[in-house]
Design a protein around this ligand. Structure first.
Ligand SMILES: [Fe+2]
Ligand SMILES: [Fe+2]
Length: 178
């Protein structure tokens, strides 16, 4: 999705920060739900999922700080992201390790594409603070995506699961940007 100047009272940079902040809340909840299942059935997955969740928490704080610098508020999609993320995490974890990795790969692939488009927009509009905030999380999200891919997330069997998850992720981002 190409990012453009907004017609509403909230400028695009602020919307980007809000959508990303809500997305991070969604991501935290994905990993939280997956950890619930991993604690019971896949204990060896716990360290990785805790690592991912810690990254998302740090990202959440980065965006919230920048939103507050602009006197902003939470995105209208904040709770939707949280609840949606939780169910996506729970559902994917029912398919085991590869289900978890398919979810990670699907979500983070969509996220990374959006982050790159956001960076193009923010660079052009010379919003250095917002650019820095977005850029500071890009490497982590690429890393999550690549781990998802390396650990079986691209398995053919999970194509339908990935389709559902990436469609939902894409939709919720677009809804937040409206
Ligand atoms: Fe994140
Ligand atoms: Fe992530």
């Amino acid at each position: 999705m190409k990012y453009q100047d907004s017609n509403s009272s909230i400028d695009t940079a602020k919307k980007i920060l809000k959508v990303n902040h809500a997305g991070e809340f969604g991501a935290i909840n994905i990993y939280k739900a997956q950890l619930l299942i991993a604690k019971l059935f896949m204990r060896d997955m716990k360290p990785l999922l805790y690592d991912f969740m810690a990254d998302e928490q740090r990202h959440l704080d980065i965006f919230w700080q920048e939103i507050q610098n602009r006197n902003g508020i939470k995105c209208k999609s904040y709770w939707l992201c949280g609840i949606g993320g939780f169910f996506m995490g729970l559902f994917s974890a029912c398919f085991g390790r590869k289900g978890i990795m398919a979810c990670t790969w699907a979500v983070e692939s969509v996220v990374v594409n959006h982050l790159k488009e956001q960076l193009v927009y923010l660079k052009n509009s010379k919003d250095i603070a917002a650019y820095k905030a977005v850029n500071s999380i890009l490497e982590d999200e690429e890393n999550h995506r690549d781990i998802g891919s390396a650990q079986g997330g691209k398995n053919m069997l999970f194509k339908p699961l990935r389709f559902v998850i990436s469609s939902f992720t894409e939709l919720i981002i677009r809804f937040g940007m409206r």
